[in-house]
Design a binder for this molecule. Structure first.
Ligand code: ADP
Length: 817
């Protein structure tokens, strides 16, 4: 560099020819060129560059050297000026030196951008006047050291990471090792246990220290099972010789439970192939063993089920056309029921088409669909092959590609018919049920169903609610719903019916019950029956209460009974009175009979003697005497008549009259009676109309008694009719009676007297009747006679217009006529 510097044309630079350089520049340049430490100088405001030999390698092979010599710094270091420009500027303005260690300054050298690190100091160089004239760089390229350091750091980091991941992986392995429920350990080739996992220790609840370092076969794991210990010893020997050993053995746990293990011994070899470790591993396969046994048993059971199933079962493999349409199927397996139901003798392995049977398109599509989609189907449908109905359950089995379908089916033809019938009956039953419910609801009788020993209301109809008022009944026990019934004995009756099953019938039973919630209980009378409610297996589950509220009837009947009693009493009184009256009447009649008889004798004597005198047998009589005698005779006759009549009535009353009943031609009786009263009628100037009665009208009567009645009626008619009046007779008939009508145009009888004139001794008093004589016995006798002959006597009359008496008598039948 010294030579280069000397030869360089410094006059082309702002420094000017080296001969004119200030002393400070010369001194600095001399020191720089002599130094073996890389140095660099930026002089003056343009920062003209001078550097030494030691610096040169830093420019690289075809770098900036030697162009950089005498070049302004800003032009030389365009690539890193952003970094070093401000650092130089700072030194030039402040005069303070700076120190930069391992500064990264990538530069263009050797034809590329190189990563370069520098440790350098910038220090100010002062001129003769003490002004800052330059920046001197003393530097050391540290690229190699930095890179070396970085590589070391990286190596260290990689190692740390490797160690870390090793630790992690070991922890993971340890976690697996300790976390697995399998039993794992490590053995030395001589069988010494080097390590074991948590599961192994927990199996026998052994502390780690007790087993580590001991020969594996002698550890407590196998102390209860000598055979296992022996097998292990043998296995260790074989594994140590390089063999992978695997075997099953039973081991008794400390609890005594026997468990089965799948054990293995894996030999681990080193690079030379020597066995350096043995990995013993054990797996508890007890459950698997049991499951296998269970599986075998269940397989056997399912096979038995398959064989004995009543339903037909077959497994078919569906066969599809190229367009994926089901065209046929192959029977894989069928059960005996299948063969029974289809009549196909073992079709296993054969195609449906080979069996020469029809094939229902519907079922083909159905099974094809199951095979393709895997969706099971349950369907009840007929088959066109035989017209029968089948209940079919089809589902895919095996792998989808197998296209296998299991078909479980039952012939339900009979059941369907039965079902249809059942549904029809159910519908009919429903109709009946709703009708019954309607009847039940509307029934005038009350009805309730009480269930269980607490007699909980399950049902009650409207009538029942009317009886007990609209209360909450349903779901409540009897005495809770109707508390006023406590102590009235109904619960005991219900208990009894439920216990014995014997119905209880209550007649007009009195119950005190509230008719509305909270009201005072009132007395009602009920006719009811408690019937046991029987369900299922003749089990008595409750009681049906059915009956009617008969309160109104009971009360009405009680009133009737009271009245009846009263009436009975009255009747007895009346009867007694009647009996007494009867007796009195009879006594009176007897008296009258005796008396009349006694009177008749002297009266007859009077008449006889009066006649003797009149005949002049006792001597001649004067005209006046004759007149008196006539009067005596008249009175005697009247009195005698009277007495005769009284005697007649008395005879009737005492029941001593006898009747001689025979056929009587009514017309003849009428004519005879008429002739008897004709003189009186004539004398009174009354027209006596001839009787209107056909001769074939024949009555059954005593002729004498009939005559007596007719004379009496005609006499009365004449008696109570004024002159100029009219008295007539007629007759009429019906099937059983002959009626004789005696009518007059006389004074008539007042309406209020009509019913008494037939009583004895009754005479209608009044102005009109006063003039007439009589006893008041004639009508009484006549009616008694008529009735005694099986007839009757009645009257119709109007005051001042006349009367008609009608005598009814039994009519003689033509044969008896
Ligand atoms: P007597 O004629 O002796 O009074 P009866 O028994 O024959 O008794 O009649 C009872 C009464 O009935 C009569 O007194 C008279 O008042 C009334 N009576 C009977 N017949 C007639 C008649 N044809 N017209 C009106 N009154 C009559």
């Amino acid at each position: 560099m010294r030579a280069l510097c000397r030869a360089f044309d410094w006059s082309s630079t702002p420094l000017g020819p080296s001969t004119s350089w200030p002393q400070s520049l010369r001194t600095t340049t001399g020191m720089l060129l002599a130094s073996r430490n890389p140095m660099f100088l930026w002089w003056g405001p343009e920062l003209i560059q001078i550097y030494n030999d030691a610096y040169r390698p830093s420019f690289g092979a075809e770098g900036r050297h030697p162009r950089a010599l005498g070049m302004p710094g800003r032009e030389c270091w365009t690539d890193i000026w952003e970094v070093i420009g401000p650092q130089i500027e700072q030194v030039m303005t402040t005069g303070e030196a700076t120190w930069h260690e391992d500064q990264y300054l990538p530069i263009e050298r050797n034809g590329r951008l190189e990563d370069v690190w520098w440790t350098y100091s910038y220090s100010p160089v002062r001129d003769e006047e003490g002004q800052i004239a330059a920046t001197l760089v003393v530097c050391q390229e540290t690229t190699r050291r930095v890179i070396g350091q970085r590589e070391r750091d990286q190596l260290l980091e990689e190692r740390r990471q490797a160690e870390q991941s090793l630790r992690e992986s070991e922890a993971r392995l340890r976690a697996i090792y300790d976390g697995t429920y399998e039993y794992i350990g490590l053995l030395a080739p001589d069988g010494t246990l080097l390590d074991t996992n948590r599961a192994s220790l927990e199996f026998s609840d052994i502390p780690r220290d007790e087993v580590i370092g001991r020969p594996f076969p002698d550890t407590p794991w196998f102390s209860n099972t000598p055979r296992a210990a022996e097998a292990i010893r043998d296995a260790v020997r074989r594994a140590a010789a390089g063999e992978f050993v695997r075997f099953e053995t039973d081991i008794h746990a400390p609890s005594g439970e026997c468990r089965t293990f799948d054990l293995s011994m894996y030999p681990v070899r080193d690079e030379k192939g020597d066995v350096v470790l043995i990995v013993p591993e054990g797996r508890d396969v007890t459950e698997r063993h049991r499951a296998e046994v269970a599986l075998r048993e269940s397989e056997a059971r399912y096979r038995a089920l398959f064989e004995s199933l009543d339903a037909g079962l077959c497994v078919v493999e569906m066969i599809f056309s190229e367009r994926n349409e089901p065209v046929d199927c192959r029977f894989i397996e069928v059960n005996p029921a299948f063969m029974r139901q289809t009549g196909l003798a073992d079709p296993s392995g054969k195609l449906r088409s080979e069996l020469g049977r029809g094939w229902d398109e519907y079922w083909m599509q159905t099974y094809g669909n199951v095979a393709l989609t895997g969706e099971p189907i349950r369907v009840e449908a007929p088959t066109t092959v035989n017209g029968r109905w089948y209940d079919v359950y089809a589902f895919r089995i095996g792998q989808p590609g197998d296209r296998r379908v299991a078909v479980l089916f039952n012939d339900v033809t009979a059941a369907r018919t039965a079902n249809a019938e059942r549904e029809r009956l159910l519908r009919a039953l429903e109709v009946e049920r709703s009708r019954l419910e309607y009847v039940f609801k509307q029934a005038p009788a009350f009805l309730a169903v009480l269930r269980g020993s607490e007699h909980v209301f399950a049902l009650a109809n409207d009538a029942y609610f009317r009886l007990v008022g609209k209360r909450e009944l349903i779901g409540r026990p009897l005495l809770e719903a109707l508390p006023e019934l406590a102590e009235q004995g109904f619960k005991d009756l219900l208990d009894q019916v439920l216990a014995t099953g014997t119905p209880y019938v209550g007649r007009e039973m009195s119950v005190r019950i509230s008719r509305t919630p909270g009201a005072e209980p009132e007395e009602r009378f009920l006719d009811f029956v408690y019937l046991p409610l029987v369900e299922g297996d003749d089990e008595r589950v409750g009681v049906i209460a059915h009956g009617t509220d008969v309160t109104e009837q009971v009360l009405a009947r009680r009133e009737v009974e009271r009245l009846f009693d009263l009436e009975q009493h009255a009747r007895t009184v009346v009867e007694e009175a009647y009996r007494l009256a009867e007796a009195a009447n009879r006594a009176k009649s007897q008296f009258l009979a005796v008396m009349s008889h006694e009177l008749r004798t002297p009266l007859n004597a009077i008449g006889g003697y009066a006649e003797l005198l009149e005949m002049g047998i006792r001597g001649p009589i004067t005209a006046e005497q004759r007149e008196d005698l006539t009067r005596i005779q008249s009175s005697q006759r009247h009195l005698l008549g009277l007495i005769n009549e009284v005697l007649n009535y008395a005879k009737l009353e005492t029941g001593t009259v006898s009747y001689d009943i025979c056929d009587v031609v009514v017309r003849e009786s009428l004519v005879a009676a008429e002739s008897l009263v004709a003189p009186q009628a004539r004398a009174k100037g009354i027209t006596l109309a001839t009787s209107e009665c056909p001769p074939d009208v024949i009555a059954l009567a005593d002729p004498e008694k009939l005559r007596q009645i007719l004379v009496n009626l005609l006499s009365n008619a004449v008696k109570f009719t004024d002159s100029g009046g009219r008295v007539g007779m007629s007759c009429s008939t019906d099937d059983r009676h002959v009626r004789i009508h005696i009518s007059d145009t006389g004074i008539g009888i007042p309406a209020d007297k009509l019913h008494v004139i037939f009583d004895p001794f009754v005479q209608v008093r009044g102005d009109l009747a006063r003039r007439h004589e009589g006893t008041g016995l004639g009508l009484a006798i006549s009616r008694d006679l008529a009735r005694a002959m099986g007839g009757d006597l009645t009257v119709e009359s109007a005051l001042r217009e006349g009367s008609t008496f009608t005598l009814a008598l039994p009519r003689a039948t033509p044969t008896s006529a």
